[in-house]
Ligand binder design. Structure first.
Ligand SMILES: Cc1cc2nc3c(=O)[nH]c(=O)nc-3n(C[C@H](O)[C@H](O)[C@H](O)COP(=O)(O)OP(=O)(O)OC[C@H]3O[C@@H](n4cnc5c(N)ncnc54)[C@H](O)[C@@H]3O)c2cc1C
Length: 373
């Protein structure tokens, strides 16, 4: 197979992280190519819930609290930039968001989380606990089962598919090359650069970004890193269109601008199984109806299962592999929320080569192989 033209950076994986970083690198004037798998690939980017969420992020990690806040602060300008460049409105809004508690035990557990996180949050964006009456002021038709909620004024949501499309469209408009159906197989050094082998030939560059989601472990093994990620299934159900009744996101229920209601998402440790199951859908629907009884007579029109890409401790992982200068491994849950941070700060790090202090806490040195498996 012939070698393809050399670029500044080869990016392996065109999901939310690869597309955001590719967009950011092109914006900084670098020349990049994104290699992506075919349609059968696992793609969290196409199955997520679309929250831009801050309230529960960073329990136990002040660095993650700050990193999420940085991303959320950048969201308004980032959405506007994508709209200007591509004409795609990603539907970002930030009306604040609730996580509903349906028992006193849930209130207590959530309250502990809020306490841990809010200690590190800035005054204007603290997660607080509120009672059912306060939720009722914002959410009409709240069920009697709701006894309280956590709330953060900076929470919001977007159309995650529109975001994904805008990142790819913006990437292309800035001159990036996207190669679908081009699965990377291996990396090796070759004459001062790296070669990524694919069935469609080899791609060479002095820098490589692995943003291949659940495909990361395959490449981590090739550069001496332990397994970095595991899969966790989340099922989501979607209702028929309803009149607008919910103008802010709840962590498990959100109404889109076209009127459909998304209800999500389960957390299932079932390996690489993405099936929708009756059990999963019933679990979601029952809880949603207790929270918002008006959903009881609504038809479900669609459902899916998708796989989260999780590190052992749930934190993002950003690493330049030891002994492989210029080879980066990037992964995080919350790839929607963190998209601007990936396009701005991570792209800057990849371009400049020096890991900024704010990212040190997310290095792979914390990962122990046995915890991920
Ligand atoms: C049910 C669910 C709900 C979620 N809800 C939210 C939410 O509300 N808010 C939020 O912020 N985040 C949410 N997420 C998380 C978010 O979707 C992920 O963080 C994000 O998609 C991760 O991006 P990624 O690029 O790492 O992985 P992916 O989006 O999975 O992309 C990985 C890409 O790498 C490619 N690839 C893999 N191996 C290779 C290879 N060998 N060669 C070439 N390409 C390869 C794949 O084809 C794929 O395109 C949710 C996820 C799920 C599953």
């Amino acid at each position: 197979m012939p070698q393809q033209t050399t670029r500044d950076v080869v990016i392996v994986g065109g999901g939310l992280i690869g597309a955001a970083v590719g967009f950011g690198l092109q914006r900084r004037g670098l020349s990049t190519v994104i290699l992506d798998e075919g349609d059968v690939a696992f793609r969290a980017a196409r199955g997520n819930f679309g929250l831009v969420w801050i309230q529960s992020k960073g329990s136990g990690s002040p660095d993650y609290v700050a990193w999420t806040r940085r991303a959320v602060d950048a969201w308004p300008d980032f959405a506007a930039e994508l709209a200007d460049l591509t004409g795609i409105d990603v539907g970002y809004r930030r009306p604040g968001g609730f996580h509903l508690c349906l028992s006193q035990a849930e209130v207590e557990q959530r309250g502990q989380m809020a306490q841990r996180v809010s200690r590190h949050q800035r005054e204007d964006g603290k997660t607080v606990m509120v009672d059912a009456a306060a939720v009722r002021e914002r959410v009409a038709g709240l069920g009697e089962a709701v006894v309280g909620a956590s709330y953060n004024p900076l929470d919001g949501d977007c159309s995650s598919l529109a975001l994904f499309r805008a990142l790819h469209e913006g990437y292309a408009r800035l001159g990036g090359t996207y190669r679908p159906a081009t699965a990377a197989r291996s990396i090796r050094t070759a004459g001062g650069a790296y070669r990524i082998e694919t069935d469609a030939g080899a791609f060479a560059a002095p820098k490589v970004v692995f943003a291949s989601g659940l495909g990361l472990n395959h490449f981590a093994a090739q550069v001496g890193l332990p397994p970095l990620v595991r899969a966790q299934k989340g099922q989501i159900i979607v209702t028929e269109r309803m009149r607008p009744f919910l103008d802010l996101p709840i962590s498990q229920i959100r109404q889109t601008p076209d009127g459909t209601v998304l209800i999500g998402d389960t957390k299932e440790e079932v390996g690489f199984d993405t099936a929708s199951t009756m059990g999963g859908m019933i679990e979601l629907a029952q809880r949603a109806v207790r929270a918002l009884p008006r959903l009881a007579d609504t038809r479900i029109i669609r459902s899916w299962g998708a796989l989260r890409v999780l590190t052992a401790d749930g934190l993002p992982l950003y690493e330049e592999a030891a002994g492989w200068p210029g080879v980066f491994f990037l992964t995080s849950h919350s790839g929607v929320t963190l998209a601007p941070a990936h396009a701005i700060a991570i792209a800057q790090w990849v371009a400049a080569g020096e890991m900024p202090d704010e990212l040190q806490a997310f290095s792979a040195t914390r990962v122990q192989a046995e915890k991920v498996a």
